[in-house]
Design a protein around this ligand. Structure first.
Ligand code: GLU
Length: 430
């Protein structure tokens, strides 16, 4: 039988990290087994379901590279649920009261062989009756879910552990409706580092927020994979393509997976480092434009900036702060630099400006050579000039190598900013 899995988000909020992980595992299981992956939008709650959320969910999944073979909307399937409910009424398994329809649970032992958790026995049976169709004629989650999973031919229901308590109710519905029962796999919860479920209190929980911070999709997918699963050789860096070949739902752990921002940051920095410069530059350009940080930029220049920072940032968002001086010259010297600027070196920096002016090819080697010679001639240690020069160019105490920075900024800009520092000292000491 062909494997068919599904992801069934409710568009009542943005795609959650946990939802993305569920989707990823469900997708992987289908792809690994040459099966089909179905996306089912559980939009029965007309008030809480919003188009904005739906669009974001579809966009985020596509962005992650999780493609679907079929898509269904529960809001288009209300007659199907009603028809099944009426069938249950006819068979005496359900009844209507005040225009809603209730299902009569029969006392039965329920055992599930969960692909991750093994045998689960449900001793506590659901309460006697349960609404399956509300008075506004919309179905409840358990009812619609069972009918759809059955009619859509879902063979493996892969979802979060928070749905375990729904499983016995759903099994009773499968039996009453005469449908085959699929296999279940309940994924462990994602926990916050403080323990407990990953909640808003922890910080960003939606995929969208991570996208906005400039995490690369490859890093996010890699990170989500490690939340509950790991390749047998304990590698940390693994692509979706490779995982597709080796993924097995049986290898998913039972215990909660703790979300670690440090680890995500580390992974992201690795992916940034490894990305070919051309490709990374295009990503950065798109990102900074989307963020409204840049309107337009010369791509050759941007490429230089990106190469200056690619080994130093954890996420693209860091560029907005760390590389701001590469795009804007209207920065203030940060408070932490005041110590460095205490000593007035205006005369010396004037000499430096004159010496740098004479450089024909303003590359880092040439700049460094002249810079060192100037310091020596002035009887200064190299670092006595390096620190204030960095402040002049970047407004900061720390940053990328000074000579590389100078090459990226270019001669004209460097001379201008050094000139501003001279002026600063002159004003301070007037
Ligand atoms: N709409 C449900 C949710 O978002 C789906 C649960 C399931 O996979 O059965 O939690």
């Amino acid at each position: 039988m062909k494997v068919r899995t599904r992801f069934a988000p409710s568009p009542t909020g943005f795609l959650h990290i946990g939802g993305a992980r569920t989707c990823l595992f469900s997708w992987l299981y289908a792809r690994k087994n040459q099966g089909e992956f179905i996306l089912r939008i559980e939009d029965t709650d007309r008030e809480r379901s919003q188009k904005e959320y739906l669009e974001e969910i579809l966009e985020s999944l596509a962005w992650l590279g999780l493609d679907w073979d079929e898509i269904y909307y529960q809001s288009e399937r209300f007659p199907i649920y009603l028809e099944q409910a009426e069938k249950l009424i006819k068979e005496g398994k359900a009844y209507s009261k005040n225009s809603a329809i209730f299902f009569k649970y029969q006392f039965e032992k329920i055992e599930v062989d969960d692909l991750i958790r093994g045998k689960i026995e449900f001793k506590e049976l659901p309460k006697e009756e349960e609404v399956i169709i509300k008075s506004d004629k919309t179905p409840t989650y358990n009812f619609a879910c069972v009918i759809d999973d059955a009619l859509m031919g879902i063979t493996h229901v892969i979802r979060g552990e928070d749905h375990i308590s729904n499983t016995p109710k759903q099994i009773l519905l499968y039996r009453a409706l005469g449908f085959d029962i699929p296999q279940f796999a309940h994924l462990p919860l994602i926990l916050s580092p403080q323990g407990g479920r990953l909640s808003k209190r922890f910080g960003a929980t939606s995929l969208r927020e991570y996208r906005k911070k400039g995490y690369l999709k490859e890093a996010l997918v890699n990170y989500l994979l490690l939340l509950g699963w790991s390749p047998k050789d304990n590698r940390e860096i693994i692509s979706l393509k490779e995982t597709k070949e080796i993924f097995d739902i049986k290898d998913v752990g039972k215990t909660g997976a703790v979300f670690s921002l440090d680890k995500l940051n580390w992974l992201n920095s690795q992916y940034i480092k490894e990305k070919p410069l051309e490709e990374l530059t295009l990503l950065v350009e798109k990102y900074l434009k989307e963020e409204g940080f840049l309107e337009s930029i010369d791509r050759t220049y941007l490429k230089k900036v990106v190469s200056l920072f690619k080994d130093r940032i954890a996420k693209l968002e860091d560029l907005k702060d760390w590389a701001k001086f590469c795009f804007y010259d209207n920065f203030e010297y940060q408070e932490e630099t005041k110590e460095i600027l205490k000593k007035n070196l205006s005369k010396e920096v004037r000499v430096l400006i004159e010496d740098l002016k004479n450089i024909g090819n303003f590359n880092k080697e040439e700049v460094e050579r002249i810079f060192r010679a100037t310091a020596e001639n002035l009887g200064l240690k190299n670092r006595d000039l390096v620190h204030p020069a960095r402040v002049a160019l970047t407004g900061r105490r720390v940053g990328p190598g000074l000579f590389e920075t100078m090459e990226v900024l270019g001669k004209e800009e460097v001379l201008k900013r050094l000139g501003w520092l001279v002026k600063y000292w002159e004003e301070e000491n007037a």
